[in-house]
Structure formats: structure tokens, C-alpha cells
Ligand binder design. Structure first.
Ligand SMILES: [Zn+2]
Ligand SMILES: [Zn+2]
Length: 314
């Protein structure tokens, strides 16, 4: 499924099988998760994709030698810049990303640099393991950046929050879920996943929070979440794109509150999270679409109609 220009539907096309370059592995794709980032690319909010592009960066596939591997968003780094050499390859300015700079997994075949592929835990089927590769990984990195926050707010209950909630409960944190005003289904979903309270994102929290993770790409949630924090609390923005953040009085940030974003992932995040997920154990809820219905999956995600994570079956 190929993107030729932003705001156009993906086109179903027959392409030659990709040939792996030295250092690359070729996978026959079994499943590929659909991420909100894919939607930001297709909708033109992320402005520099290679074109034409095969999107998709939560790829589960089988290598020519029979190994089952996952391909995440981080597809290549230079390994030599000051970010790479200080354990922050997620910030490498030369990094290439799967399904953005490199062709991704909305396809039958994909090639990837073997050093960035992740072995997948047994005990998960192909469809259920796919969302761990970005929704899970980025969520896990966001959760880590909240430190030892006990009272944690999750804003936006999509693919990532539904995984993070399980990990956070496993760690003994108390969870407060915030969903779009009137989204009663989302509110119930948050409660099922272990939130002790769930309500509307434009309403006050029932008690002071130590941290909040924003998964929804809505800038107005930043001051809303700051308002919910106690002293020293932090707001972590997990998305790659967000609408503009409205101005707010300094007193919302005062008393050592902070706002930060999470960008990409390191290979170490991947290894840590994929080792942790089966121990929780994280169970993903997936809505499955055949590959050729990728446009439908994206439309459903845009409309907020996906419960858990959307996954393409290839
Ligand atoms: Zn680098
Ligand atoms: Zn993603």
C-alpha cells in the first residue's frame, strides 16, 4: 500500500520483491500495526516522508532463515554523533525511520538493517505482538520518563495507553484515565484496563497527580494536564505531532512542574520492553484489517473508532 502524496489514499500496487543490501535482512511480513504516526504522515502533518512511501513501522515478519523478527520505527542511525555515542540514538539527527524515510510494513515484503530488528517474545501471536513495537515501546519510554510517579494520569486511551496502563498497574502505580468529553466507551475501556478513575479530559482530576502522559495530539491538553499536577509533577507528551499549545499562566508551571516530550526509541528500550511485556503480562486488544484495507484502518483511527490497536494482517 503506497503513499504518493499527502492527503491521498494509499494505492494498492504490485512492486518487485525488495533485495536486501549487505547488513540488511528481508522479512516476509505477517502483520503490521497501524500507528497514529502513520496517520500524521498520510495527513501531511509530518512533512518530510520519502515519496513514494510504504508506511508502517510495527512490522512482524519472518526472515529468510526462519526467525520471527520485529521492525520498529528506528531504522538506522549513524552511530557516531554525540547523541549516538552517549546512549541517545533516539535523538540522532541523521536517523532514518521505518515507514517514513525507509519503506515500511504495509506490504508483503520488507528489508531492514538487521542491527535495528528486534527478536519478538514467544507466547504472542503475530497480530497481538505488532502493537508492542511502537504503541508499547514509545509508551514504555514515556512511562519511564515519569520516574516514580505514583498517581499517573493518562490522556487519550488509544493503542499506547491501553498497553502502558497494564505496565503501570504491574508497577503498582495508581491510574487516572482522561478521554474526550462524552466518549463513554473510551471511559469504560480505561476503567477495564485498571484506571481507578476515568473521566473527561476537560474536567479536573479527582486528586493531585504526580505525572501525566499525553497520548492525544491535542495541544490544549498540556495546560489541562498541568492543572491536574501536584508540585514537582511532570507532563510527558508522547506523540510525534501535536496541535499548538495554547498559552497559559506561569503559575501552572511554577513549583517545579515540567513539560517534556518523548522522541523515538533506542534499541535498548526495545529489548527492555519486549522482555518486560510477557512478564506483566501485557495483553493487547487488536482490531484486524486485511492489508488492502489500510485506508479503512487509517480512517477508523482518525475517527477515534479503534478500540485498542489497529493491525493489518498480511
Ligand atoms: Zn547519531
Ligand atoms: Zn508509531
Amino acid at each position: 500500500m503506497v503513499l504518493h502524496a499527502a492527503l491521498e489514499p494509499l494505492a494498492l500496487e504490485e512492486l518487485p520483491e525488495p533485495e536486501p543490501a549487505p547488513g540488511q535482512v528481508r522479512l516476509r511480513v505477517l502483520a503490521c500495526g497501524v500507528c497514529r504516526t502513520d496517520l500524521h504522515i498520510v495527513d501531511g502533518e509530518l512533512t518530510r516522508p520519502k515519496l513514494p512511501l510504504i508506511p508502517g513501522h510495527q512490522i512482524v515478519g519472518v526472515a529468510d532463515d526462519g526467525r520471527r523478527l520485529g521492525i520498529p520505527w528506528l531504522g538506522w542511525t549513524d552511530g557516531s554523533c554525540r547523541y549516538c555515542t552517549s546512549g541517545r540514538e533516539n535523538l540522532c539527527p541523521a536517523a532514518r525511520f521505518t515507514g517514513y524515510d525507509l519503506d515500511g510494513g504495509y506490504a508483503e515484503w520488507v528489508v531492514a538493517d538487521e542491527r535495528y530488528c528486534l527478536p519478538l517474545p514467544d507466547g504472542y501471536d503475530d497480530l497481538q505482538v505488532a502493537p508492542l513495537l511502537c504503541a508499547g515501546l514509545i509508551g514504555y519510554r514515556s512511562l519511564r520518563l515519569t520516574g516514580d510517579a505514583e498517581r499517573l494520569g493518562l490522556y487519550g486511551f488509544g493503542a499506547s495507553a491501553h498497553i502502558v496502563a497494564q505496565v503501570a498497574r504491574h508497577q503498582g502505580r495508581r491510574l487516572f484515565g482522561f478521554v474526550r468529553h462524552g466518549d463513554e466507551e473510551g471511559r469504560q475501556f480505561a476503567l477495564e484496563l485498571g484506571c481507578e478513575w476515568a473521566g473527561w479530559s476537560d474536567e479536573p482530576a479527582p486528586e493531585e497527580l504526580d505525572a501525566a502522559i499525553l497520548f492525544a495530539p491535542a495541544g490544549e491538553l498540556v495546560p489541562a494536564a498541568l492543572r491536574a499536577l501536584g508540585r514537582g509533577g511532570s507532563v510527558v507528551c508522547a506523540g510525534i505531532h501535536m496541535s499548538a499549545i495554547p498559552s497559559f499562566p506561569y503559575e501552572l508551571l511554577w513549583e517545579e512542574r515540567s513539560i517534556r516530550s518523548v522522541a523515538n526509541l533506542t534499541r535498548q528500550d526495545g529489548e527492555e520492553f519486549l522482555a518486560l511485556a510477557p512478564r506483566v503480562p501485557v495483553r493487547t486488544e487488536v482490531q484486524v484489517f486485511p492489508l488492502e484495507q489500510a485506508n479503512e484502518a487509517l480512517a477508523r483511527l482518525r475517527a477515534g473508532e479503534i478500540r485498542g490497536a489497529a493491525v493489518l494482517r498480511v
